[in-house]
Design a protein around this ligand. Structure first.
Ligand code: FAD
Length: 293
């Protein structure tokens, strides 16, 4: 899995499947469900730490079967863009900018796929994906396709909670987001573009590119200082275990300086949490998802 995650860590999956079509995906999901075979969906792998023991079962990528961005509706003032889940999120942002559609600049510079961004409700201080999401289409564990309107989605900080019936049927972990519709407003093209340039420049200034990472490791506490500020004040910038290091540029990034294992990263995270708790009595919660064994 180190080939499929931005952190470049993670042991093997039993199988890595890239369905060719949405109907293949649907057959795959129901077949895995009937046989009780564990399954995980992967987008760009940019918000994931896969443990060194790898992933038991099947990892499914939508990079091939779920592609395309189309205009689903437009009345001049408002346009609904429909994006398939395997599309690059930045491609969606670029399409919106090209068409003078505002609302997606909050997602500018966030790596990964549309499906991953919906699942984790990606965003920045400027807004979250949930702010503009109209509906999603999913395939559930039985292989059935459903449209879920905005009203049935509960968005929270870095998570999208899918409707109750999925969780009750135990199929939640297996539900695949196939596409999303985004409601965007027509705006002045010049304003959108100059805002986009500013956002991207600011990201480049603050983020420790190009070393492999998964972006911000911890969620910001609800009030007070950001996770990065707390980690910095705890004196942890530059703290290192093996190849994993707290970035000296942005303290809420852990970077793989070369040859890091998932366990090095998890050890750095444990030390960061412990030190921040000791100093500030604040328990930092991971923003990155930790999967595998
Ligand atoms: C340099 C850098 C900067 C970043 N900056 C930001 C930022 O500013 N804001 C932010 O929010 N995040 C940021 N991130 C984190 C990450 O890019 C986002 O969370 C991104 O939206 C994750 O998308 P992904 O496709 O990579 O998802 P993945 O990491 O592949 O998956 C994330 C989760 O979503 C699930 N999933 C993925 N696709 C689907 C699907 N189609 N159906 C169902 N479940 C699915 C996976 O199973 C997994 O649980 C950053 C990461 C990096 C490396």
């Amino acid at each position: 899995m180190s080939r499929h995650t931005s952190f470049r860590v993670g042991g093997p999956a039993d199988a890595f499947v890239t369905p060719a079509t949405v109907s293949d995906l649907s057959v795959l999901m129901s077949g895995l469900n009937v046989r009780g075979i564990p399954c995980r969906i992967i987008g760009g792998g940019t918000n994931l730490i896969i443990r060194d023991g790898g992933i038991p079962g099947v990892v499914v990528s939508l990079r091939q079967c779920c592609r395309g961005i189309t205009i689903a509706a437009s009345d001049g003032a408002r346009t609904i863009l429909e994006a398939m889940a395997g599309e690059n999120l930045q491609k969606l942002c670029a399409v919106a900018i090209r068409r003078n559609l505002g609302g997606l600049n909050c997602a500018l510079g966030i790596p990964g796929t549309v499906g991953g961004a919906i699942r984790v409700n990606a965003g920045t201080a400027l807004g979250w994906i949930s702010d503009i999401l109209e509906s999603i289409v999913v395939i559930d564990a039985t292989g059935r396709m459903n449209t879920i309107p905005r009203a049935d989605l509960r968005a929270a900080y870095r998570t999208m909670i899918l409707p109750d019936q999925w969780e009750k049927s135990g199929s939640y972990a297996r539900s695949v987001i196939v596409s999303g519709r985004f409601a965007l407003k027509s705006e002045d093209g010049k304003d959108i573009k100059s805002e986009a340039i500013k956002i991207l420049q600011q990201r480049r200034r603050h983020q420790p590119t190009p070393l492999p990472s998964a972006g911000c490791i911890f969620k910001n506490p609800a009030t007070g200082k950001t996770a990065g500020e707390l980690i910095d004040l705890a004196g942890l910038k530059g703290y290192k275990v093996g190849g994993a290091k707290v970035s000296t540029r942005h303290a809420n990034f852990i970077v793989n300086t070369g040859g890091a294992t998932a366990s090095d990263i998890l050890d750095v995270m444990a030390r960061v949490r412990e030190s921040v708790y000791k100093k500030f009595q604040i328990s930092l919660e991971p923003e990155v998802l930790i999967e595998g064994e």
